[in-house]
Design a protein around this ligand. Structure first.
Ligand SMILES: Cc1cc2nc3c(=O)[nH]c(=O)nc-3n(C[C@H](O)[C@H](O)[C@H](O)COP(=O)(O)OP(=O)(O)OC[C@H]3O[C@@H](n4cnc5c(N)ncnc54)[C@H](O)[C@@H]3O)c2cc1C
Length: 141
């Protein structure tokens, strides 16, 4: 562990990529650590409430675009899971599941959240096809 980043962001969903773009454009060295495939956006079949895409866009494509946009501006991406975070003298030290270590002066947690399940029969099988959790996303359906 040699470099100390200005900011490390834990998470690789839209919150993380949005924050990373603002930070790197403000001149801060920025590392994103997370697994984009685990973002809720990666599973969203058709996003129609995000301005700029008149016919909608798949969540996977939108997420890929965010990653390219962030990397093009200098954001570094490590596709790994964080398992430990410590702070000593104002420096955050993070360790991943495969024992990589990273350090930063600032930390942003953008690790998302899971929907609370109702544990109904068929809930998993019909997710997105009749079973919905997000009125803003799926109310019109
Ligand atoms: C099927 C489906 C359809 C959806 N459709 C829509 C829609 O049409 N419109 C809409 O606005 N929203 C929609 N959503 C919701 C949208 O996907 C979420 O609101 C959005 O993804 C939340 O972004 P986020 O960055 O906060 O978290 P997430 O996208 O959940 O990302 C969390 C990230 O944190 C990472 N992470 C967690 N723990 C760790 C750790 N210990 N170490 C490293 N990384 C970690 C994960 O790997 C992941 O990359 C949908 C969601 C689903 C599941």
């Amino acid at each position: 562990m040699s470099k100390i980043y200005d900011v490390i962001i834990v998470g690789a969903g839209p919150a993380a990529w949005s924050a990373s773009i603002f930070l790197v454009r403000a001149g801060m060295s920025t590392l994103v650590v997370g697994i984009d495939n685990e973002s809720g956006l990666a599973d969203a079949p058709d996003i129609k409430n995000f301005p700029g895409f008149p016919d909608g866009i798949s969540g996977r494509t939108l997420l890929d675009n965010m990653i390219v946009q962030a990397k093009n501006q200098g954001v570094i991406y490590e596709k790994q899971e964080i398992t430990h975070i410590d702070e000593t003298d104002g420096v955050f030290k993070l360790r991943t599941a495969n024992l990589s270590e990273f350090a930063a002066n600032n930390l942003i947690l953008a690790h998302g959240a899971n929907y609370i399940k109702a544990n109904l029969s068929g809930e998993k099988e019909y997710a997105g096809r009749g079973v919905h959790y997000c009125a803003l996303c799926d109310g019109p359906i």
